[in-house]
Design a protein around this ligand. Structure first.
Ligand SMILES: NC(=O)c1ccc[n+]([C@@H]2O[C@H](COP(=O)([O-])OP(=O)(O)OC[C@H]3O[C@@H](n4cnc5c(N)ncnc54)[C@H](OP(=O)(O)O)[C@@H]3O)[C@@H](O)[C@H]2O)c1
Length: 349
């Protein structure tokens, strides 16, 4: 993990500084000072990262607050993951205090041996669990999950691409979706769900999206042929008629989700608890159903693909709202409500 944003280097809170006093070697960042409500988030000042060998430093124009950021800050994890998350992210507070996993911006500087990017290039990047994107500058491996950003794509759009888009591509690949298949997307209006709906439609699937009344029109506009309003219809009453089921919310456990897949179908448990993840290999076997669960990989190829789909207008990330850097705590509160439509974007500079 890149520890260049180490919390011990904190000096002054940015909000305490008159703007002109900020040194050019410093940057503002939003730190998560412990686990809890959005009040644990503090604007601070850090050393601006220097370009290490093999890395680039991105001047962050936009970032996002994702369901991953909210989960890490609050430690509200899917069932069974609470302690595992503390081991992974930090026992009493996040080891990496600067959250945020996706950025769009311009290359500010390049380290030794970097040939694929130049200063001034527009880029979009996804650094997953390394995080560190809620800051004015972000250091990332040039050979990591970072790609050049087409000039037609606004920074606000770009920051909403990696998290939902690459997760969708990961699970779509795992289920090996084929043209004409009947697909059910539970949570069709979320970041991941809205991406799955669009890409599955693009691949020629017949998509049914599940959402509340407020999002029926949105999900239909994304291409879903059928929309089920879960406030009016019992989703489980749809029965085992789908070739592929994506559960992106955690509102149904594995046993319930399997009730929606046909024999020989596939089920992707994207927000599953630990027990369902462990049972995934065995539970669908008697009916020949393949169950996929676990974390999505961060692959530069997927970032390239989601960007290409965006450029060709086959995909557009849904943007729920846009906040300023100082409003990141408010953005967290919005995400924590679990009602956002698509993605919550943050403008940084
Ligand atoms: N496995 C992985 O690698 C991976 C990667 C990314 C995310 N995730 C997990 O996947 C989940 C989804 O992430 P996200 O960012 O897409 O979430 P999100 O955008 O925060 O989801 C919010 C959406 O969920 C919908 N929703 C809430 N309750 C619902 C229900 N009972 N039925 C249907 N829709 C419901 C809401 O729509 P309504 O207001 O219409 O209900 C809202 O639009 C999270 O738990 C996240 O931690 C896992």
């Amino acid at each position: 993990m890149d520890r260049s944003f180490g919390i011990r280097r904190f000096t002054l809170k940015v909000k305490d500084l008159p703007p002109k006093m900020k040194s050019p070697s410093k940057m503002k960042a939003m730190a998560c000072t412990g686990y809890g409500s959005s009040e644990v988030l503090r604007a601070i000042e850090l050393q601006k990262p220097a370009p290490a060998a093999g890395k680039i430093v991105i001047r962050v124009r936009t970032t996002s607050v994702t369901s991953g950021d909210w989960r890490i800050r609050s430690l509200e994890m899917p069932p069974g993951f609470g302690f595992v998350a503390r081991l992974f992210f930090g026992l009493t507070k996040p080891r990496q205090p600067i959250l945020g996993s996706e950025v769009a911006g311009e290359v500010e500087s390049v380290g030794e041996n970097v040939t694929i990017f130049q200063v001034g290039d527009r880029v979009v990047a996804f650094d997953g669990a390394n995080m560190g994107c809620h800051a004015e500058f972000k250091s990332i491996k040039a050979a990591g999950c970072v790609v050049s950003l087409h000039e037609d794509i606004a920074f606000e759009t770009a920051a909403a691409l990696p998290f939902g888009g690459t997760t969708a591509l990961h699970f779509l690949r795992k289920v090996d979706l084929r043209e004409g298949e009947r697909v059910l997307v539970i949570g069709a209006s979320g970041s991941v769900g809205s991406a799955i709906v669009q890409i599955a439609c693009y691949l020629g699937a017949n998509v049914t999206g599940v959402c509340s009344s407020a999002n029926v029109d949105l999900v239909r506009s994304l291409g879903a042929e059928h929309v089920v309003d879960y406030t009016k219809q019992d989703v489980l009453s749809l029965g085992p008629k789908f070739d592929v089921v994506f559960e992106t919310v955690g509102s149904f456990n594995l046993s319930q989700t399997l009730m929606l897949a046909r024999d020989g179908g596939r089920v992707a448990m994207i927000a599953s608890g630990l027990a369902d993840m462990i049972l995934a290999r065995f539970r669908g076997k008697s009916r020949g159903i393949q169950v996929i669960a676990g974390p999505a990989e961060e692959r530069v190829e997927d970032l390239q693909e989601i960007l290409a789909l965006t450029v060709s207008k086959a995909f557009r990330p849904v943007i729920d709202s846009i906040y300023t850097f100082e409003e990141i705590p408010k953005a967290h509160t919005r995400v924590q409500q679990r009602r956002k439509r698509g993605n919550v974007v943050v403008t940084v500079s």
